[in-house]
Design a protein around this ligand. Structure first.
Ligand code: NAD
Length: 277
């Protein structure tokens, strides 16, 4: 990695940062929570593989912004995580570019809202593929290198909906409960290998994924977007405010650090008290 940094003109001379020399993949990091996670881990010195669906110009702009701000290598990979083969290709390309992956943040996710009777089966398949199966495929691919190195951090971005249900979110709730279950199994299988695996479970965070739900609900119920936020979304969240992307990102960065070495198999709520009900 040091040689790579030097050849990229990125060898740092400042004080050591906690994740200097570590390689991190953050899936779904071209917007929202994933982008904040990438920014935070890059700020701690990790080399970052950005991933998500965006055009080439936007991807280049994001890579340049993160590299300039944090003086760490950043590359973009356009893998479409709805396909198993694309997930393993993402890991393989990352290893070829930066070396073995030591931090995997499984964050990519999509949503569709509707009653089960009207829920399009293709939306069910897509949500299960991206929100759940991609976590399995990526984890499976990074584990051998993590075991060999005796160190690894896997953080799965689940949701409050990994712990409780809500009507009209059948696929999302099923997938996120699956992510929490997979997190526990991964933690148990890797507990003696210096690897931890945890889920973070945010409540509502104002990102493009939620903005799209606010617009859809306002149209469906004939009420304003402000009213949807107040009476539907934040009605669930006792703090009556959105969690922020930075709060989620800092929790994930903490889970990558030495103080979190004994935290594994946990599902950590970041939901303003929602699941304390
Ligand atoms: P977002 O829409 O801002 O970001 C989603 C990211 O996933 C984007 O980068 C998008 O390009 C990427 N993505 C979507 N489909 C993809 C595919 N097929 N292949 C690769 N990348 C793909 O959403 P967000 O709110 O930041 O959500 C991030 C994660 O956080 C998701 O797993 C979501 O379920 C979870 N989450 C969000 C909230 C919230 O309130 N925003 C709450 C709990 C959990």
């Amino acid at each position: 990695m040091v040689r790579f940094l030097q050849s990229a003109g990125l060898d740092r001379t400042g004080p050591a940062r906690p994740l200097d020399g570590r390689v991190a993949i953050v899936t779904g990091s071209t917007s929202g929570i994933g982008l904040a996670v990438a920014d935070t881990l890059a700020g701690q010195g990790a080399a970052i593989v950005l991933n998500g669906l965006c055009d080439a110009g936007e991807a280049e702009r994001l890579c340049r912004a993160l590299t300039d701000r944090h003086r760490t290598p950043v590359r973009y990979d356009d893998a479409d995580l709805s396909r198993a083969g694309a997930v393993t290709d993402l890991v393989d390309r990352s290893v070829r570019a930066f070396g073995p992956v030591e931090i995997l943040v499984n964050n990519a996710g999509i949503q569709h809202v509707g009653p089960i009777e009207d829920f399009p089966p293709e939306q069910w398949d897509a949500i299960l593929a991206i929100n759940l199966s991609a976590v399995f495929h990526a984890t499976r691919r990074v584990l051998p290198d993590m075991r060999r190195r005796g160190w690894g951090r896997i953080i799965n971005v689940a949701s409050a909906h990994g712990l409780i249900g809500s009507p009209f979110k059948s696929a999302y709730v099923a997938a996120k409960h699956g992510v929490v279950g997979l997190t526990k199994v991964t933690a148990l299988e890797t507990a003696e290998a210096g690897i931890t695996c945890n889920a973070v479970c945010p409540g509502y965070v104002l990102t493009p994924l939620v903005e799209q739900q606010v617009r859809a609900q306002a149209a469906a119920h004939g009420i304003s977007e402000d009213e949807v936020v107040r009476t539907v979304l934040l009605a669930e969240q006792p703090t009556k405010r959105f969690a922020t992307v930075e709060e989620v990102a800092e929790t994930i960065a903490f889970l990558c650090g030495p103080a979190a070495a004994s935290i594994t198999g946990a599902a950590i709520s970041i939901d303003g008290g929602w699941t304390a009900h």
